[in-house]
Design a protein around this ligand. Structure first.
Ligand code: U5P
Length: 225
């Protein structure tokens, strides 16, 4: 299989870099890459948001702030590259076509952000579409997609299986309420729907055994037709 991983920045770097987690995930990714083609997109998370908030003091320019966010995603990507050692291409990839080229070299391409105006969720979905990936695995702070925000609603129910259309619907609702229900952002959901990309949305706990996750053994949400 060809598999794209979308690793949330706050999963990798909650406050400080989670060195233990990054090491374990790198180990799993290397194991997976023995049987599959692997590409990874890393987010900026909380650190990016702290920098963007700080920059608000000095500029109202949203595009400028997105560029700051992109820099943070690339710093996080460098950490994963360090953990993957020889198996990773040593530069953060900025172009989907280059990611394809790196896969042909039997190395793992690691991306962060690409252009202002979206998040790394959207980058992951586009990369998966471009590479015609068999599977997109999204690792987020919440352990799957819920019918409402589990951090606010104790009765929120996790959805084991949803369709592409349901994903878009839930992502749009979550975005309009500016709350996280563990779902990818609305633009990414649209790309997943457009590309008909089979997607697993899982939490950090599952990410410790990514090797099992790609085999379908996880507690997250499956998104399929
Ligand atoms: N960002 C972009 N373009 C990208 C990826 C990220 O502008 O392709 C910026 C956004 O401001 C985003 C921030 O909120 O970096 C951190 O990325 P993420 O962790 O939200 O994906």
């Amino acid at each position: 299989m060809r598999i794209v991983f979308d690793i949330g920045g706050s999963v990798l770097v909650p406050d400080d870099p989670d060195v233990d987690f990054i090491g374990k995930m790198a180990y799993e990714l290397i194991k997976i890459s023995e049987d599959h083609e692997v590409a990874v997109v890393v987010g900026g998370g909380k650190v990016a948001r702290k920098y963007i908030t700080a920059a608000k003091t000095f500029t109202p320019n949203e595009t400028f702030k997105d560029y700051i966010g992109i820099h943070i995603t690339r710093a996080n990507a460098m950490l994963l590259i360090a953990a993957l050692g020889e198996k990773a291409y040593p530069f953060v990839i900025q172009d989907f076509r280059k990611a394809w080229e790196v896969i042909q070299l039997k190395k793992i391409p690691i991306m962060g952000g690409t252009h202002p105006g979206h998040t790394t969720d959207a980058v992951s979905a586009l990369l998966a579409e471009y590479l015609q990936a068999d599977l997109l695995v999204v690792v987020t702070n919440v352990d799957g997609v819920y019918d409402s925000d589990p951090r606010k609603n104790p009765n929120a129910k996790k959805l084991d299986r949803i369709t592409f259309d349901q994903l878009v619907e839930i992502a749009m609702q979550a975005e309009s309420k500016a709350g996280g229900s563990g779902v990818v952002d609305a633009l990414a959901a649209k790309f997943i729907q457009r590309g008909k990309i089979k997607t697993y949305i899982v939490g950090k706990k599952d990410a410790y055994h990514l090797f099992d996750v790609v085999k379908g053994r996880h507690n997250g949400t499956v998104v399929e037709p």
